[in-house]
Design a protein around this ligand. Structure first.
Ligand code: ZN
Length: 234
């Protein structure tokens, strides 16, 4: 079995190669843009290429962030795409009461991905409290093992707006204590109704890396979804 350091080094090399590849692609796009503008006067075409260039730039920054995180820390690292966060926010805001979404993913070295959302059957759903049906919850967890997937994250939403509306309650922390005791390496995420998202654990140190657009970091474990006006909230 490869050591943690060997896996980290291998991943770092692959990230470096990918960044190099992205740089080469960016250079090609730049020269294409130059040609379009100077030789063909095609400003619309050049603008399209500029959007691609920006995407590549964002991807490079994300990969650098990923590389530094996995080299510099022993914390559990969770990588999440903004699209998944918006999907979770939208789903949770469909109802006024609390509900819970499990999110599953995989391990890549020390990095856990958060990829697919699974709605969870609740035995209680009130304005400020939701608890998962324990049988339904166990079934989901057993089902994940069958495919080698992992519960990497779970989300719920609190009533209220603002960055202070989504601190974990004592019930939230107690639930997470049980997950940590069961060796689930997972992180909880709580939305406010206006799109603040706070991640939490009980004792496990963690880091979150968010890729994609529309999510801004506003605190240590706090992010804001910046395009919530596009999401229908009830
Ligand atoms: Zn809560």
């Amino acid at each position: 079995m490869l050591s943690r350091i060997a896996v980290a080094d291998d991943l770092s090399t692959r990230i470096e190669e990918k960044i190099h590849d992205l740089c080469a692609r960016s250079t090609c796009i730049l020269s294409d843009m130059q040609r379009l503008i100077l030789n063909e006067g095609d400003f619309a075409g050049a603008e399209g290429l500029l959007a691609r260039l920006r995407d590549l730039g964002e991807m490079r920054l994300f990969l650098k962030d990923l590389d530094q995180s996995q080299q510099a820390t022993e914390d559990a690292i969770f990588a999440i795409g903004s699209e998944t966060l918006y999907a979770a926010y939208e789903k949770l805001c469909e109802v006024k009461t609390e509900s819970i979404l499990y999110a599953i993913g995989s391990n890549f070295g020390d990095i856990r991905t958060v990829e697919r959302l699974i709605p969870l059957k609740l035995d209680k759903s009130e304005m400020a409290y939701a608890s998962a049906d324990p049988i339904a919850s166990s079934k989901v967890l057993i089902g994940l093992e069958h495919y080698g997937s992992l519960l990497t994250c779970y989300f719920h939403a609190h009533p209220g707006n603002g960055s202070e509306a989504n601190h974990p309650s004592s019930i939230d922390i107690n639930n997470h204590t049980r997950l940590e005791a069961g060796n689930y390496c997972t992180v909880g995420g709580i939305f406010s109704r206006d799109g603040y998202l706070r991640f939490f654990t009980d004792k496990m140190a963690f880091r979150i890396i968010i890729s994609g657009k529309g999510v801004k970091r506003v605190g240590a474990d706090l992010w804001k979804l910046t395009a919530t006006e596009d999401v229908s909230v009830h």
